[in-house]
Design a binder for this molecule. Structure first.
Ligand SMILES: Cc1cc2nc3c(=O)[nH]c(=O)nc-3n(C[C@H](O)[C@H](O)[C@H](O)COP(=O)(O)O)c2cc1C
Length: 212
């Protein structure tokens, strides 16, 4: 039998949900901590005010695998359209793809916006000065008469000082998303495999297999 190009050594029937979930957490945690991991930049979908889907790439910042805070976060400008979209409709979906391991995750949850609590403060403190530039300008997605960088011109060639960067604190928001379900599709030359993990309100896990 030829080697499996997906790097997945198990065939489709001899693996448990527990083993798949272990792999999922491992890669999500690597995505949050390693810049070059493909899970570092997932696509996040929200529902825009006219009811149409609205998707964009974000940076995965942290992952919590345990109850009661099983979830994921990204950072954003408080004036970004996705913030008002989430405030109107908290349903959110994350999509991750690992091209070497050849597996996709679709994570669904409910999002909340954090600007003034401990989580927001902790994340702001962990933010690098260069990244803080993004919070020193206008919110994204506004019309502009010319191309603009999204931060003040005097910061084009340098990072802000700590004092300059603090002006951005009022524009900084953390989007926390619960993990209510994970749909995992693993591509495999001898047959794909698709598993579903659903946590109920009490945090109890239910698992299922799906046709790929
Ligand atoms: C690699 C990459 C990483 C990004 N990371 C973020 C991020 O962490 N937070 C964010 O708000 N926007 C991020 N963006 C920009 C968004 O994709 C998007 O263009 C912007 O936030 C406006 O989105 P909105 O109009 O839906 O709010 C990133 C874009 C790229 C290409």
């Amino acid at each position: 039998m030829k080697e499996n190009p997906s790097g997945n050594s198990k065939n489709t029937s001899s693996i448990s949900h527990g083993e798949i979930l272990k792999k999922i957490w491992k890669h999500l945690e690597a995505g949050a901590t390693k810049r070059n991991h493909p899970f570092h930049t997932p696509v996040v979908g929200t529902i825009s005010e006219d009811g149409t889907p609205s998707m964009r790439v974000v940076v995965l910042r942290r992952v919590w695998r345990k109850n009661p805070h099983r979830g994921l976060i990204f950072h954003t400008h408080v004036g970004a359209p996705k913030v008002s979209e989430i405030r109107k409709n908290p349903y959110i979906c994350w999509v991750f793809y690992h091209p070497q391991e050849r597996f996709q995750l679709r994570i669904k949850g409910k999002a909340s916006i954090h600007t003034d609590d401990d989580l927001a403060e902790q994340q702001w403190q962990a933010t690098k000065l260069l990244s803080r530039r993004c919070y020193l300008g206008e919110a994204p997605s506004k019309l502009s008469e010319k191309p603009v960088p999204g931060f003040p011109d005097y910061l084009i060639d340098r990072e802000p000082t700590l004092e300059e960067s603090e002006i951005g604190r009022k524009n900084f928001a953390v989007v926390f998303s619960t993990i209510d379900s994970i749909d995992c599709l693993e591509l495999h030359i001898h047959g794909h495999r698709r598993s579903l993990f659903i946590w109920n309100e009490k945090g109890e896990l239910e698992t299922k297999w799906l046709t790929p």
